[in-house]
Design a protein around this ligand. Structure first.
Ligand code: ADP
Length: 345
């Protein structure tokens, strides 16, 4: 605005900047879109002699304002913050990953701790019975009457021997079955698996109670495999024992060559294994702990040991199973001479 006043009294408003601002320099835009960044007031006074020859003072008051508008300020700010957003996003992802990893680790630790607790409970339970029996037998022996009666003394000594053996077996199971496949020293020999498995299943059938049906489907294969008979039969008997223990009433053992591999399968129609436990059962001390599986005795070492034995033979041990329908365990061994032998025949 430019305002004129004479002798202190407002005379004239030359330009009313408020209602109609005059654009002086820069880029024009509506003032309400901008921000006031500076405002000036200047006043000049000038003495002059008017037409009536009187001395007078005239004041000229200027007022100017600078408005500023930043074009596309949001895009500019967004561009500047983009890197920050990106870093923040990466940090966020990193934190999420860290939290997931920690939770997974915690769950893993909890599972290991549960497995250990289960193992301790199982072994304590297994140890209790022979110890109690031993204590009864020794008490009987110390009894004067029993000492004089040879038959009672012999019975008690037999019981002590049996329980002693049982305790020894338990300890051996824990010590032997805990080894990794690198620690197993195999004494390998060339074995014809057909006759080996036929003999093993004949013997095993004799140990089975009458109500269990044992089916053998063992093909005659001339190919020999290099195996340690002691360890290999331990693994197979372990799997067969599990089939009986976990309520199989029809158990089947098969053997054939397929896809250049010796394949032995042992199936049962027992309680089966749920999908989530299928890979876990081969872990050390792992036992399925579901409501209806509490009654099955064991230490959770059998399948771990079998897997170590089969791995030491450079083979694989897998399972296919459905809960309440039964399980099939597969032992696969590579052909001794690889594929060539079969192809050239
Ligand atoms: P254990 O028999 O001493 O418990 P294993 O290592 O032999 O230990 O087996 C681990 C777990 O795998 C068992 O506790 C059981 O829950 C499951 N399992 C093994 N074999 C069978 C089977 N044939 N049918 C159902 N569950 C099985």
């Amino acid at each position: 605005s430019i305002q004129l006043s004479e002798n202190g009294e407002t005379e004239d408003l030359l330009i009313d900047g408020k209602d109609e601002p005059i654009f002086l320099l820069g880029t024009n835009f509506p003032t309400d879109e901008g921000l006031i960044i500076n405002a000036w007031n200047w006043t000049f006074d000038k003495d002059y002699t008017n037409t009536l020859n009187q001395e007078s003072t005239v004041d000229i008051k200027y007022r100017a304002t600078i408005y500023m508008k930043i074009l596309n300020w949001d895009t500019i700010i967004f561009k500047r913050l983009l890197l920050l957003f990106f870093v923040a996003f990466l940090l966020f992802l990193f934190i999420i990953l860290l939290v997931t990893y920690s939770i997974r680790n915690l769950l893993k630790l909890k599972r290991i701790s549960d497995i250990k607790t289960d193992f301790i409970n199982n072994i304590t339970h297994e140890l209790k019975t022979p110890l109690a029996t031993l204590s009864i037998a020794t008490k009987t022996l110390t009894n004067k009457f029993a000492k004089d009666n040879k038959e009672i003394a012999k019975d008690s000594i037999d019981t002590i021997n049996r329980q002693n053996k049982r305790l020894q077996n338990l300890i051996d199971q824990v010590v032997d079955n805990s080894v990794g496949y690198n620690d197993i020293n195999l004494n390998k020999e060339q074995v014809n698996l057909s006759s080996f498995l036929k003999d093993l299943s004949e013997d095993y059938a004799l140990t089975l109670p009458k109500h269990i049906q044992f089916i053998k489907s063992i093909s005659d294969v001339s190919e020999e495999v290099s195996v340690d008979q002691f360890y290999f039969s331990t693994a197979i008997v372990n799997i067969l024992n599990n089939a009986v223990k976990f309520e199989g009433s029809v158990i089947k053992i098969t053997y054939q060559i397929e896809n250049f591999e010796h394949i032995i399968s042992i199936s049962d129609n027992g309680i089966g294994i749920s999908k989530k436990n299928k890979t876990l059962i081969f872990g050390k001390f792992f036992r399925v702990s579901e409501k209806n599986t509490h009654n099955f005795k064991g230490l959770g070492l059998g399948l771990y040991y079998c897997k170590q034995i089969i791995n030491a033979h450079k083979g694989t041990l897998d399972v296919k199973s459905r809960k309440n329908e039964g399980s099939t365990f597969f032992i696969k061994l590579p052909l001794s001479n690889g594929k060539k032998n079969l192809i050239s025949r």
